[in-house]
Structure formats: C-alpha cells, structure tokens
Design a protein around this ligand. Structure first.
Ligand code: HEC
Length: 109
C-alpha cells in the first residue's frame, strides 16, 4: 500500500517536471496574442516606422521572457499600460512559440 503511494508520488513529480520544463510560463492564446501584437506593437516596430522592426524570430525564447518580465524599463513602457496580464501572456505566447530558437521560428509579415 505505501509502496503504491510512493510510486504515484514519484510518477506525479516526474510528470510535473516534464510539463514544467517544456513551458517556462503558462501558455495563453497564441491567436489572440498574434492579433494584439500585430495591431499594437507592430505599428511602431516595423520597417519605416519609429522603432526597431521586431517579430518573433528577432529574439530567443529567453529574451522574449525577459522583455515581458522587465517591460517597465523599455522606452515604450507606457504603450504597454493598456494591456491586461492576460493580453501580455497571449502576446508572449505568440512571440515565444515562434522565437529564433523555437521549433517554428517566424517573422511577423
Ligand atoms: C508608439 C510606438 C511604440 C509602440 C506602440 C511599442 N513600442 Fe516598443 N519601442 C518603441 C521605441 C521608440 C523603442 C526604443 C527604440 C528602439 O529600440 O527601437 C522601443 C523599444 C522596444 C524594445 C527594446 C528594443 C529591442 O529591440 O529589444 C522592445 C523589446 C519593444 N519595444 C517591444 C514592444 C512591444 C512588445 C510592444 C507592444 C506591447 C511595443 N514595443 C509597443 C516604440 C513603440
């Protein structure tokens, strides 16, 4: 009986370990994130506009996570104020899933 409990605890820890390392954050809606990113951030972050052109492939997954953890320090921090935490998670999901070192890197065009 105790052996069974022990085995299931180990199995659960292994499972959570696997889930925990495959996603460093809880994924949101990629589709909504793509829409939000394109209709808000890209207005400035593209060729010919006021800021550095930026798409998912321009950063690694770790770099995107850092951007979203420390966005208050960016020059455009006030542009982020209108987004809810859920919106930001959705945008990070889109950027992270198509980052330079992701399985499916993508530009924004
Ligand atoms: C009103 C224009 C504007 C909007 C909208 C805007 N930014 Fe910015 N952003 C800037 C400017 C200007 C800078 C500083 C100059 C630069 O790096 O191009 C900057 C800097 C940055 C940087 C640092 C530069 C780099 O290449 O790492 C990141 C990352 C960034 N913005 C991401 C975003 C994201 C994500 C959004 C949407 C949530 C966003 N920005 C919305 C204008 C904007």
């Amino acid at each position: 009986m105790t052996k069974k409990i022990f085995i299931s605890v180990v199995a659960m820890m292994t499972l959570f370990g696997i889930i925990g390392t495959s996603f460093a954050f809880e994924q949101g809606s990629e589709r909504k994130g793509k829409y939000l990113y394109r209709s808000n951030c890209r207005t400035c972050h593209k060729d010919g506009a006021s800021a550095t052109p930026l798409g998912p492939v321009d950063k690694t997954q770790a770099q995107w996570e850092r951007v979203f953890d420390t966005y208050e320090r960016l020059e455009c921090a006030e542009q982020w104020e209108k987004f809810s935490d859920e919106d930001k998670t959705d945008m990070l999901t889109y950027l992270y899933n198509h980052a330079f070192d992701s399985p499916t890197p993508a530009t924004c065009d």
